[in-house]
Design a protein around this ligand. Structure first.
Ligand code: PLP
Length: 403
């Protein structure tokens, strides 16, 4: 029998780990050295978790051998609930918090519990493509709303409002944003809440970068602006605490649940079906949230992440025909290439060419569901000199395809 993938997967793709990175892996196997700027994974770039997290992980291993409660251990959920209580979301209880094997698992659980065939979910464009993939896998339709590069990559709220239909169930807000690095001001968030309020939409707030902020950027949890609506906020330890490999994330329900009891029961079923998230990692959630917030040292002036962001921004901005909005948060840049200046027909082909000629792996913008083939995403995690070298490789390659 020939095995074909299920039709559910027809529209599902996740290019961040797609064919271009697979080609990079093949080249590495042949002995090439590839500079890989395609994944927001801090550890390979020399970032380490705070010691207290590692020590606690090791210390708790003996007692973390069994399954836990499906939602996660109470100590971790209590710490998460308290975190959001302090961030303007009072009254969150233990059962409002679900831990997961990273935010990724929880995104998929929520989409499976929420979306029926043909249901629509509003998702930013460009997006973090797991959201689009998870909605598609659940049988729904990802409806992309415009984020405006000319306006700091903030969401175009009138575009959001125009795209609401009778099938719309939820709106996804990624703030701080991957891939653009935008941090949304409270005014924009309030306008989004207004659209959600008018149409009774669930708000899905992906705030995994809430502590990775540069300059004077301030992060406002959107849930704190909408106590009268149901919001699910996603966050975890992968980025700010640099332990992406531990697979530790959570989601928090906030706001009225009376109209959502069936949906929440669905979440419980799915949570039970995955038995429980990785237990050793759950033991460090409270330590991380309550401990020394070393991420601040990395993002403040003089901090490594901040310096790298500056190097990437300045280097990219100096390349003729390249423009980039300076990231105010997160770990990425999403530069635009001038297609009148450069011979680029497909941004994926461009990524392959850059890989083959310069041994540099970046993501192509259409992999983030961006409609035009004129953007790239790169992570700002490497040391400044490595990033400067990566920018030089991009500049050299572009010079070779100049019209
Ligand atoms: N959400 C966003 C916006 C991300 O950028 C990522 C990872 O890059 C995730 C969610 C998933 O994170 P994890 O599954 O490691 O918690």
């Amino acid at each position: 029998m020939i095995l074909t993938q299920s039709s559910k997967l027809r529209d599902v793709c996740y290019e961040i780990r797609g064919p271009v990175p697979a080609e990079a892996a093949r080249m590495e196997a042949q002995g090439h050295q590839i500079l890989k700027l395609n994944i927001g994974n801090p550890a390979p770039f020399g970032f380490e978790a705070p010691d207290e997290i590692l020590v606690d992980m090791i210390k708790n291993l003996p007692t973390a051998q069994g399954y836990s409660d499906s939602r996660g251990i109470p100590a971790a959920r209590r710490a998460v609930a308290q975190y959001y209580q302090m961030r303007g979301m009072p009254g969150i209880e233990l059962d409002d918090v679900f831990l997961g094997n990273g935010v990724s698992e929880l995104i998929q659980m929520v989409c499976q519990a929420l979306v029926d065939d043909g249901d629509e979910v509003l998702i930013p464009q460009p997006d973090y493509p797991l959201w689009t993939a998870a909605v598609s896998l659940a049988g729904g339709r990802a409806v992309h709303y415009r984020c405006d590069e000319q306006d700091s990559w903030w969401p175009d709220v009138s575009d959001i409002a125009d795209r609401v239909t009778e099938r719309t169930k939820a709106i996804v807000v990624i703030n701080p944003n991957n891939p653009t690095g935008a941090v949304y001001p409270e005014r924009v968030l309030r306008e989004i809440v207004e659209v959600a309020r008018k149409h009774g939409l669930l708000i899905l707030a992906d705030e995994i970068y809430d502590k990775i902020l540069y300059d004077d950027a301030v992060h406002t949890p959107i849930g704190s602006l909408a106590p009268d609506l149901l919001t699910i906020t996603f966050n975890g330890l992968s980025k700010a605490y640099r332990v992406a490999g531990f697979r530790a994330g959570w989601m928090t329900l906030y706001g009225p649940q009376d109209d959502a009891t069936s949906f929440i029961e669905g979440l419980e079923v799915l949570s039970n079906m995955r038995l429980c998230p990785n237990v050793p990692a759950q033991h460090v959630v409270a330590t991380a949230l309550g401990g020394y917030q070393s991420i601040n040292d990395l993002v403040l002036p003089g901090g490594r992440l901040r310096e790298q962001r500056d190097v990437a921004y300045e280097g990219l901005s100096e390349i003729p025909g390249v423009s980039v909005v300076k990231a105010e948060g997160a770990l990425y840049m999403f530069p635009k290439l001038d297609l009148e200046m450069y011979r680029i027909h497909s941004d994926e082909e461009f990524a392959y060419d850059l890989l083959r000629s310069k041994k540099l792996l970046v993501n192509h913008g259409t992999g983030f569901n961006y409609p035009e083939p004129d953007h790239l995403r790169l992570v700002t995690l490497p040391q400044a000199d490595v990033l400067a070298d990566a920018v030089d490789r991009i500049a050299d390659h572009l010079a070779s395809i100049r019209r």
